[in-house]
Every structure is written in C-alpha cells, then in structure tokens.
Write a new protein. Structure first.
Length: 125
C-alpha cells in the first residue's frame, strides 16, 4: 500500500491521505473546490466549485500514476441535489466519453462551506 501526496491539490487538514494505492487501484479522497494552498472554496457557486474539485482530483490521480480516463467509480456529494444538473454538466465535460460507475448523494454539510465534493477510485498505470 502506497500513500499518495501532491502539492497540486489541497493538503489534507485531518488525518487522511489524498489517495492510497493498493492492489492496482487508486482510492482518492474526495476533493472540494479549494485551490491548493488556500482554505476557502472558490467563488461563484456550483460550477466553479465542481471544476476546481475535478482539477484537484486530476492532480491526485496524476500523482498516483492514473488519470480521469482510468476512473472506475466516481462519488459526488452535493449540499443541494437541485444543483445536480449543473454539477453533472461539469462532470460530463471532464470525463467526455468515459463513463465510470457514478453515485451522487445529498448531504447536510461539507467542509469549508463547499457545495460539492468529488471522490474516485481509479486503475493505476
């Protein structure tokens, strides 16, 4: 088991890893729309937050020798399920023709007042 860490995504502020590689898979912790080195989510609502969360996820995937096209499972948490359509448009743009297994849940609250959180499991290599 290898712990993955990159400065290309926000550092973990609690005791967890950005990702863990084990058994040929990369288990990525969920990312929110915070710029690396910052503490607050980007301004502008669900669209820019989802874009930044995916940018952070891409950085973690790269650090773990993977990429978006190797994601097998995507997990999205939304504070407001009514923002699904807008969030899904950003995800579709990022993943293009690749369609991993996908789960979306509505949650009461996310860290740093985020509106969306995106995590993934991907194949390594």
């Amino acid at each position: 088991m290898d712990v993955i860490k990159t400065k290309g995504a926000p550092a973990a502020r609690v005791p967890y890893s950005q990702a863990v590689s084990a058994g040929g898979l990369l288990y990525c912790s969920a990312q929110i729309g915070v710029l690396p080195g910052e503490k607050s989510v980007v301004d502008g609502g669900i669209d820019p937050e989802a874009r930044q969360a995916i940018a952070n996820l891409r950085a973690v995937l790269r650090a773990g020798d993977s990429r978006i096209s190797q994601v097998v499972k995507l997990t999205v948490s939304l504070v407001d399920i009514d923002e699904f359509h807008d969030m899904n448009g950003v995800v579709l743009e990022a993943f293009r023709a690749h369609r991993p297994a996908f789960e979306v849940v509505q949650v009461a609250k996310l860290p740093s007042k985020a509106r969306v959180q995106i995590g993934a499991i991907a194949v390594v290599g």
